[in-house]
Design a protein around this ligand. Structure first.
Ligand code: B12
Length: 294
């Protein structure tokens, strides 16, 4: 089993940040980087302290793997305590769905939107689960069970929303053939539903012909394609470009997801690329505003 480092020395952090060790030590002493001191008087930077520093300063690690991290340490969740973030992660990993539900509901009661709550807590926890699974700290069944719990939690929050009005703009979306990832596309649906769109998540692993059939049947203003993983690159590019070409000109094709790397994106045709759920909301709000009679 590969142990996950819990804290780092200023030297390790300086290497990963690409700055001098003396700068890191100075930030530690000034309290800019939350630091603990060992009994021997050595400065130690915790994962949480490092995450807090990165999110406050907008700095990025040149290479998280240099300090034994596979991904960047998680940033704090706005409006939530670190305790809550960790409690959600642990409850999800242990299959304790009711604790996850309570944490999400409490966060929403404190004023968060449903989509922000799931985006922050679930994305953070699934990243943690991915890391733990990769390090053989969690079994496969725990990852699968966590995924199922998340789907249920997102569905519950969506079911609490009022039905979309008949006049609501329609959006459809899903993941392309070969992409089994269910959570991001379910989050896009929830976010659009929450701002009044009639959003329909068609599901995962969908052939492009099926997206096109759904577009003919449901007449959407927006089609989203969530791409987390690409099975065969050239086939994906050809199929995605066929979708762009065959959709009506007035339909916005929105693409997003971890699979759309800087290398692939220039080879794709689409109307908009968004890299976060919040930017989907901005785009959809802009589209709704432009549709309103002046
Ligand atoms: C769950 C999971 C799976 C599940 C998914 C099940 C399901 N029903 O969805 C299954 C079992 C299918 C799976 C399989 C595999 N997985 Co996997 N998986 C994960 C895990 C743990 C969570 C993924 C997830 O749902 N995250 C939560 C979502 C919400 O986060 P997100 O994808 O980042 O999405 C956010 C943004 O990207 C954005 N976004 C995403 N899509 C869209 C779309 C639009 C339109 C917009 C606007 C925004 C947007 O918004 C989202 C919310 O903020 C990740 C760990 C991780 N770091 O995410 C590994 C991970 C992605 N998997 C990994 C691997 C290696 C695999 C496998 C190859 C394992 C194997 N050997 O079989 C296979 C590949 C499968 C395939 N065909 O591609 C690696 C990928 C490594 C790499 N660099 O590519 C990861 C990172 C785990 C790890 N640490 O190693 N996996």
């Amino acid at each position: 089993m590969v142990a996950r480092p819990l804290h780092f020395s200023p030297k390790q952090v300086s290497t990963a940040l690409g700055v001098s060790e003396s700068s890191v030590k100075r930030w530690c002493d000034q309290g800019v980087i939350p630091t603990i001191k060992t009994v021997g008087g050595h400065r130690k930077i915790t994962r949480e302290g490092l995450a807090d520093f990165l999110s406050r300063t907008g700095r990025e690690l040149n290479d998280p793997q240099l300090i034994g991290l596979r991904t960047l340490p998680s940033a704090p969740i706005p409006g939530a305590s670190e305790e809550n973030r960790v409690a959600f992660r642990e409850a999800l990993a242990k299959g304790n769905e009711s604790v996850c539900r309570q944490i999400l509901h409490a966060h929403i009661q404190r004023g968060s939107s449903r989509s922000d709550a799931v985006d922050y807590f679930i994305t953070d926890a699934m990243y943690g689960i991915g890391e733990a699974w990769d390090c053989r700290q969690l079994d496969v069944y725990q990852e699968r069970y966590a995924c199922n719990s998340c789907i249920r939690l997102i569905d519950e929050l969506r079911a609490q929303l009022p039905a979309a009005k008949d006049s609501a703009p329609v959006a459809i979306g899903g993941t392309p053939e070969g992409d089994p990832y269910q959570l991001p596309t379910a989050m896009v649906e929830l976010a659009l539903r929450e701002i009044g769109w009639n959003a329909i998540n068609l599901g995962s692993n969908l052939p492009i012909d099926s997206f096109l059939q759904a577009a003919r049947d449901l007449q959407p203003q927006l089609v989203w394609l969530s791409v987390s993983s690409i099975a065969a690159q050239s086939m994906f590019i050809a199929e995605q470009n066929r979708l762009a070409a065959e959709l009506d000109d007035n339909v916005v094709l929105l693409v997003g997801g971890r699979g759309l790397t800087d290398e692939i994106r220039p080879r794709l045709r689409y109307t908009a690329h968004c890299d976060s759920i919040r930017s989907v909301i901005d785009l959809a709000n802009l589209m709704s505003k432009n549709k309103q009679p002046s």
